[in-house]
Ligand binder design. Structure first.
Ligand SMILES: C[S@@+](CC[C@H](N)C(=O)[O-])C[C@H]1O[C@@H](n2cnc3c(N)ncnc32)[C@H](O)[C@@H]1O
Length: 265
């Protein structure tokens, strides 16, 4: 047991789920870690890469065995580093995007624990890549808005999302934690001036073998069926190609399944 010096905490992005999307640095840190503290959303495929001698602790707040508070997670990181251990705090996607990174770095700084942040591929970027689209397009989409559909703190709940400030014809909206009921979102977006025919794509479990994507439009977004978590909603003209491809693929699947095809002039 290493005891005489202070260890270090690495706040590492695990990416969206596909182990091949881990950075080389993240993989090397996982191989060197004494302990890995991970969130629920880190995929089982990535957890299975961790070496057997490494202690693995699920500190997820959703499916972890017990309900753990943010203060308890901070306390665990600090206590382990004070024992001289190399700690990887593994978060899904990128640790700086809706990952409570700032709360954890504040606690580490206050306890004078050395730490480093290692970026990862965030879900929105991965979802766009899996749809083979660009979130920006100099012909139509000059900005990307990263926003949560599900405010987590009381402060965030008070600061209601002002969609009117965010929604512009040239924006791509990347909505994390979009929830399951899109009726309210539809109303807000249309009231904010977004055209009903703007494409919207809901991507579930991006980058994993379980990925699903469903194309629709802002006007029809409330009709989307619920999908397995985690899911992310992308909205904007930049999604047009993804929706065109999806309708061609759906048509060809329907033709493959059909017993009889009737063509008219
Ligand atoms: C607490 S946030 C964490 C985001 C993460 N730090 C990132 O950069 O992707 C959790 C939300 O991220 C999105 N998310 C994370 N992984 C995803 C995936 N593989 N597919 C789709 N959405 C994902 C979902 O909207 C989910 O509710």
């Amino acid at each position: 047991m290493k005891e005489s010096f202070t260890g270090k905490v690495y706040l590492v992005g695990a990416g969206p789920g596909d182990p091949e999307l881990l950075t080389v640095k993240a993989r090397a840190l996982l191989d060197r870690a004494d302990v890995v503290l991970h969130d629920d959303l880190v995929s089982p495929e990535i957890i299975s890469l961790i070496l057997p001698q490494t202690e693995i602790v699920n500190v997820g707040k959703r499916c972890g065995l017990k309900k753990i508070t943010q203060n308890e997670i901070n306390g665990q990181m600090i206590a382990l580093a004070k024992r001289g251990l190399q700690v990887v705090r593994l978060k899904s996607g990128d640790p700086a995007i809706f990952g409570r990174l700032a709360e954890e770095t504040d606690a580490l700084e206050a306890a004078r624990i050395p730490f480093e942040v290692v970026p990862g591929i965030t879900a929105g970027i991965s979802a766009a890549a899996s749809l083979r689209v660009s979130l920006t397009d100099r012909r139509s989409s000059s900005r990307v808005v990263i926003v949560t559909g599900h405010p987590a703190t009381d402060k965030e709940k008070q600061d209601k999302i002002e969609w009117r400030d965010l929604v512009r014809p040239e924006s791509t909206l990347v909505i994390y934690m979009p929830g399951q009921n899109f009726s309210h979102l539809r109303e807000e977006l249309v009231a904010a001036g977004l055209a009903s025919d703007v494409p919207a794509v809901l991507v579930s479990q991006a980058s994993t073998p379980r990925q699903q994507q469903h194309c629709t439009t802002v006007g029809e977004v409330h009709k989307l069926q619920s999908v397995p978590a985690p899911a992310i909603l992308l909205i904007g003209r930049s999604l047009e190609r993804a929706c065109q491809r999806s309708s061609v693929e759906n048509l060809s699947l329907a033709l493959d399944d059909a017993d009889l095809v009737i063509c008219s002039k």
